[in-house]
Design a protein around this ligand. Structure first.
Ligand SMILES: [Zn+2]
Length: 234
């Protein structure tokens, strides 16, 4: 496959109408942060000559998210329709999908002691497992500073003892976590969802909002995606 034939689809997190999804001090909103990182990742990948689409760019809901069910379920359904539309237009073998989120330990509006980065795929052995492996490789390379920050943060009590910088489940032979997440499960092409640290951990939020943190999170997505593209698509 040629570079120009590859379709990279980036997934933004949530809508501004969905409550919660915010740091307790209000400095980090997941929907905003995800869109900012995606703008960087898109620009970088396009500068290398790749086609990049975003499943849904506006912050607020759209009339296109109509139908029955909750706003959140209509939103997710819309995202899946966009991704699968591109898969049928271009062929799913030419597409990949990466949805970019920030994790949370609670929904009580308080700070918590959980932290770390992880990547989800759908259940079972699929091409998405290869994509997730490339994302983990890139996370290990780009989050070295965060690894040290967590070590130090544990000593200060900002993280509970059992926290690890990279959350993994190696029982099935790879590092990704598997869950029935809707956008990952329903999309036709290889699809993963990254949870980029925790919006309700004070130290994680500080890191995410720093220049170094933003660059690290954006760069890990660029490198992870390119790693997969070069190994499995080009
Ligand atoms: Zn999320």
């Amino acid at each position: 496959m040629k570079k120009e034939e590859i379709i990279i689809i980036l997934g933004t997190a949530h809508l501004k109408e969905i409550s919660g999804k915010c740091s307790p001090d209000g400095t980090l909103r997941e929907c905003v942060y995800s869109r900012e990182i995606i703008a960087d990742v898109k620009e970088k990948l396009e500068s290398y000559g790749y086609n990049v689409f975003v499943d849904y760019e506006p912050l607020g809901k759209s009339d296109k998210m109509s139908g029955s069910g909750t706003l959140q379920s209509r939103e997710l359904d819309y995202r899946v329709r966009v991704v699968n539309g591109l898969c049928s237009d271009y062929g799913k073998d030419r597409c990949l999908y990466v949805s970019i989120h920030v994790n949370a330990a609670g929904s009580d509006g308080k700070w918590h002691g959980a932290g770390g980065w992880c990547c989800y795929t759908s259940k079972g052995r699929t091409k998405a497992d290869n994509l997730a492996e490339c994302m983990y490789d890139a996370a290990f390379t780009n989050l070295k500073e965060y690894v040290m920050l967590m070590e130090e943060g544990k000593r200060r009590g900002d993280y509970t003892e059992k926290q690890t910088p990279f959350r993994m489940d190696k029982t099935d032979g790879d590092r990704d976590l598997e869950a029935g997440l809707y956008v990952v499960r329903k999309t036709a092409c290889p699809a993963v969802l990254t949870e980029n640290l925790f919006q309700d951990n004070k130290r994680d939020v500080e890191f995410l909002l720093s220049d170094e943190g933003r660059h690290a999170i954006a760069r890990l997505h660029v490198e992870g995606i390119l790693g997969y593209v070069k190994k499995y698509m080009l």
